[in-house]
Design a protein around this ligand. Structure first.
Ligand SMILES: Nc1ncnc2c1ncn2[C@@H]1O[C@H](COP(=O)(O)OP(=O)(O)O)[C@@H](O)[C@H]1O
Ligand SMILES: Cc1ncsc1CCOP(=O)(O)O
Length: 274
């Protein structure tokens, strides 16, 4: 990592600024996303009435769209909010939850990506694969296990096609742009035993992005933060504790680490793309 990158990452963990993040998201994990934003030092606002979007989106430092429990009304709100964000140069993150599951979700995501600018596309491997029009083995909102080489090809192809950073969760997480890839090492499979950890990663990325203004570095850092927190919890979890305690302890761990430099652990490997 060069000095410029180090300065970018420093902005994420040293900043005490509390960026306001606008979410249009699903009703399964909405409260977890709000609390994870707060735990990492941001300020969430969930809003989707089209009548107020102009005022809400405009005052935020990042817009996060999550299609987990999509409805046709929400699609209208999503289009309006992204248009406002694009007009005011506000960063947009999209989480295409379950896009591999239905043709409705696929069409909707393709429409968004073809019509607007999205800065970061964050999904599991199957969701990113579906965006390329490929067949997947996804099961509902859950992705399939994919090899790292395949994920790199898919991630870079989507990044190039939509001029976006692509953040892919899986056994190891990956961040792709048209010119580089970062692998964020993961050794915390318990993250898959509760719902919403993918959604929560979007919140970490959004706070980081609002602070450092760099889509690649913020994606790396958000993913690293979740893995670091999960590793911390593994060390603390008692044999009598299960996934309920695990979830609460994840919030504690993110909160405790929010101003720590997480990059020293060597958990991130970078490659250039030829
Ligand atoms: N097979 C796996 N082993 C270990 N960790 C995983 C595995 N699959 C996903 N994770 C982790 O679980 C979290 C959520 O990822 P994932 O389940 O892919 O997202 P989503 O919930 O959006 O489908 C991420 O931190 C990811 O690194
Ligand atoms: C279970 C479920 N159903 C619709 S949205 C949702 C939550 C998905 O969360 P994540 O994408 O983080 O697994």
């Amino acid at each position: 990592m060069n000095n410029t990158d180090q300065e970018i990452y420093k902005k994420i963990y040293e900043s005490t600024e509390k960026p306001l993040i606008h979410y249009i998201t699903n009703y399964v994990t909405v409260n977890d996303m709000a609390n994870m934003t707060l735990a990492f030092g941001g300020s969430p606002i969930m809003a989707e009435a089209v009548e107020e979007l102009e005022e809400i989106t405009r005052q935020c430092q990042c817009l996060v769209i999550n299609i987990g429990t999509i409805t046709s009304d929400k699609v209208t709100a999503i289009h309006d909010a992204i248009a406002i964000a694009n007009r005011h140069h506000i960063p947009v993150i999209i989480d295409p939850v379950g896009v591999a599951a239905t043709s409705y979700r696929k069409k909707m995501i393709m429409d968004i990506l073809e019509t607007f600018h999205v800065d970061i596309i964050k999904g599991n491997g199957s969701e990113i694969k579906a965006i390329l029009g490929l067949t997947t083995q996804a099961k509902g909102v859950d992705g399939e296990a994919l090899e790292q080489t395949e994920l790199t090809d898919i991630g870079v192809a989507v990044a190039k096609r939509y001029n976006a950073v692509v953040a892919i969760t899986g056994k190891d997480d990956m961040v792709c742009s048209a010119s580089k890839v970062a692998i964020v090492k993961g050794d915390t499979p318990r993250l898959t035993e509760i719902t919403g950890t993918g959604c929560m990663i979007s919140t970490l990325i959004s706070v980081a992005y609002a602070r450092c203004k760099d889509p690649f570095a913020s994606s790396v850092y958000g993913m690293l933060a979740m893995h670091t927190a999960a590793s911390d919890v593994e060390e603390l979890l008692d044999v009598n504790q299960g996934i309920g305690s695990y979830k609460v302890m994840l919030f504690d761990a993110i909160y405790k680490r929010r101003h720590t430099n997480l990059l020293d652990g060597g958990g991130v490997v970078y490659h250039d793309i030829q």
